[in-house]
Design a protein around this ligand. Structure first.
Ligand code: C2O
Ligand code: CU
Length: 463
């Protein structure tokens, strides 16, 4: 299935909607908890000309409401499940107390229909994060269960109208522009690149306009909430510089030429100061540039302030001299990946893995086991050398910790950025390091959610 406006857009688009940046539409209970309710809902993903899709939404919004707190403050959310199935909420990228990590079956029992759960945790780092369902994620997230979580610096550097959050989501729509729900969970997708869509929305809206002003610095926070779609973006084409990845701000803005990948679950913060009025398209660069939003720049009213970057978060620096070094080898999947599984197994074994819908492995083992993949002492540095022996790219997420990406294919990187999700191409080797400083049980999984459901999910323990 291809993302192709020419074949998909049979009728002209209705007048472009403006992406209403989701607002804080959260009622506070008497004990100071924000209420977040998951329930069935509807939205027109394909603009006014498309039908209404059946979705699962937080507070009846797509994406879920933006939760915004200051660094060091507490997020207190009373989560109420009005869906027909159990669910939980994970706070992606937050270095969180383990009991609040929201992984159903590992850090808490899933919240049953009609039940509620109080999330109450401190956010140690400023930056762009997000929250999403973490039970049967392959089914719940791409039906709409995600939203932005923005942690503001102590000092406000970008006034609200210049601080823009854009949640990017990929959908598989049918000819009526309605979400194709029948194909959820298709093993063929999981066996290949994951469930890919054919349509993109920004803050739940099809091809929105995003208002900007000349001569003013804007911060644009991009969140890829897609289940599988890697978005190839080119910030330099609209004059933007990168200032943060996965919530962690750089010490200097970075000019990036060419394409920057934003894999599922990854975030990228940009800064831009448009110089002239007009339209700047936000494009996906896979194949022909495909515009999925437009920055509409008008004349500024205010004065132009210089760019000041937020301070970097202080994260524990890995000690590479004294580290627990481990491999993380990925195998399985379609297009030759099954061959690697046969190294340690009979054909019979592989056939039965296929039948169980478990056909991806980490270090030869498919899916969650009773025992962790490894245990680390609290404060110990962990170095993972991940080797992608599959024919597909993956987006690997480590819960509860940010890591530095040290090297790719043995080459030390110029920028060893802090991330919580790294990409890996077929045949690539990626080396990461982090300090296991947070006690508890933490997942490592591919954020292509179908891959996670079919084997690419494991866990480690910090004690
Ligand atoms: Cu954003 Cu385990 O996930
Ligand atoms: Cu994957």
């Amino acid at each position: 299935m291809k993302l192709d406006r020419r074949s998909f857009l049979k009728t002209t688009l209705a007048s472009c909607a403006t992406a209403a940046v989701p607002q804080l539409a959260l009622a506070k209970s008497s004990e100071g908890f924000l209420e977040l309710k998951a329930a069935n809902g509807k939205a027109h993903l394909y603009g006014d000309k498309g039908g209404a899709s059946d979705l699962w939404l937080y507070n009846n919004r797509l994406p879920g409401p933006e939760i915004r707190v200051k660094q060091g403050e507490k997020v207190r959310v009373r989560f109420i499940n009005e869906l027909d199935e159990p669910t939980s909420i994970h706070w992606h990228g937050i270095r969180i107390d383990n009991t609040m990590d929201g992984v159903a079956g590992l850090t808490q029992p899933a919240v049953k229909p009609g039940d509620s759960f109080d999330y109450d945790f401190v956010v140690p780092d400023a930056g762009t994060y997000w929250y999403h369902a973490h039970n049967m994620s392959w089914n719940q997230v791409p039906r709409g269960l995600s939203g932005p979580l923005i942690v503001d610096e102590h000092k406000q550097l970008f006034p609200p109208e210049t601080d823009i959050t854009l949640v990017l989501s990929d959908w598989r729509l049918d000819e009526d522009g309605v979400l194709d729900t029948a194909s959820f969970g298709a093993m063929h997708d999981f066996f290949h690149a994951g469930r890919l869509g054919n349509w993109l929305t920004v803050n739940g809206v099809s091809l929105p306009d995003i208002a900007m002003r000349t001569g003013v610095w804007h911060r644009v926070r991009l969140i890829n909430a897609s289940a599988s779609r890697i978005l190839d973006l080119a910030p330099e084409r609209f004059g933007a510089r990168v200032i943060a990845l996965d919530g962690q701000v750089f010490s200097e803005p970075r000019d990036v030429s060419g394409v920057v990948r934003l894999a599922p679950a990854q975030r990228m913060d940009l800064v831009m100061r448009p110089t002239k009025t007009g339209t700047l398209p936000l494009e996906m660069m896979t194949g022909q540039p495909f515009t999925f939003a437009n920055f509409q720049v008008t004349e500024a009213q205010g004065s132009d302030l210089p760019l000041t970057l937020p301070p970097v978060n202080r994260l524990p620096e890995p000690d590479l001299e004294d580290a627990l070094e481990l491999p993380l080898v990925m195998q399985g999947g379609a297009m030759g990946g099954m061959r690697s599984l046969l190294e340690d197994r009979t054909e019979e074994d592989v056939r039965s893995m296929m039948q169980d819908g478990q056909f991806w492995t980490f270090n030869g083992i498919p899916g969650m086991q009773d025992q962790p993949m490894f245990s680390a002492r609290r404060g110990e540095t962990v170095v993972l050398e991940s080797r992608n022996d599959t024919s597909f790219a993956h987006a690997m997420h480590v819960h509860g910790h940010h890591f530095r990406v040290l090297a790719r294919d043995g080459e030390t990187l110029e920028h060893q950025d802090w991330r919580d999700t790294f990409t890996t191409d077929p045949r690539e080797t990626v080396k990461i390091a982090f300090v296991a400083d947070n006690p508890g049980k933490w997942l490592i999984h591919c954020h292509m959610l179908g891959h996670a459901a079919s084997g690419m999910m494991t866990w480690f323990e910090v004690s």
